[in-house]
Design a protein around this ligand. Structure first.
Ligand code: DGL
Length: 250
């Protein structure tokens, strides 16, 4: 039994989509969510910068005596997980675009993979593409996470942005769409409006299940009936929006 906190971080609000799933699957665990909102976005930065920022966040979380680390950000996972796993002794869980379940789902059409430019550029994604990418079409979405950061999940500006981004694929043979950035589940409905009938895949449930497995194997489960969820941010003004996204009906 280990009731210490599980540290979770993202460049901003996006990882809350993973946090929601983790608290559903592991209600007895306590989580400390850290959003690096002051430095968001990560996805348009070079790899070294994303690694440097991730290290800064991790040292803050380690100071709170966390028992495991969840990198609830596809971009930071791609840029920093291998290094952080070498540097840290605690379990490190990352997230990747849910291309595998989308590819196994069936159909012959294209699989759109919406993600940040960094996620789609880094080696981790190239390896995923080698295995499951035969039908994948990477769609970099710079500018999309900012809508979620502002708490804008259903505005005319968001719909116009998505219309422009996705109109080339509308009416073509699209079998699935992967939400390869943890911010995007918060704008899933707006994305669905542009791609009617296309099934959406994200990594939240897979990551939460992976965390559960890792905690079980390392004998780190809390054993408590109910855990707590704490929020912290490099930009304190983001905290109320973070709590609102955590509570929001999707
Ligand atoms: N939430 C992030 C991800 O999953 C990154 C967004 C960003 O900072 O650009 O990739």
């Amino acid at each position: 039994m280990d009731t210490r906190l599980i540290g979770v971080f993202d460049s901003g609000m996006g990882g809350i989509s993973i946090l929601r799933e983790m608290t559903r699957i592991l209600p007895g665990e306590s989580f400390l969510y850290y959003g690096d909102n002051a430095n968001a976005p990560y996805g348009t930065r070079p790899k070294e910068e994303i690694l440097r920022l991730s290290r800064g966040v991790v040292s803050r979380l380690l100071a709170r005596d966390i028992k495991a680390l969840v990198i609830a950000c596809n971009t930071a996972t791609s840029a920093a997980t291998e290094t952080l796993r070498r540097e840290l002794t605690l379990p490190v869980i990352g997230v990747e675009p849910a291309l595998k379940p989308a590819a196994l789902y069936g159909g012959n059409g294209a699989i759109l993979v919406l993600a940040t430019p960094a996620t789609l550029r880094l080696e981790k994604f190239a390896r995923l593409m080698e295995q499951y990418g035969q039908r994948a079409l990477p769609v970099p979405c710079p500018g999309l996470m900012e809508f979620v950061e502002r708490g804008e999940t259903d505005s005319p500006a968001l719909h116009a942005f998505l219309k422009e981004l996705l109109s080339p694929y509308r009416g073509t043979d699209v079998a699935a769409c992967v939400l390869g950035c943890t911010h995007y589940p918060f704008v899933r409905r707006a994305i669905e409006r542009e791609l009617p009938g296309v099934p959406m895949f994200d990594g939240s449930e897979g990551t939460a299940r992976q965390l559960k497995r890792v905690l079980e194997q390392a004998n780190l489960l809390s054993g408590a009936a109910n855990g707590q969820v704490l929020f912290d941010s490099s930009d304190a003004s983001a905290l109320p929006r973070m709590r609102a996204l955590y509570e929001m009906e999707l």
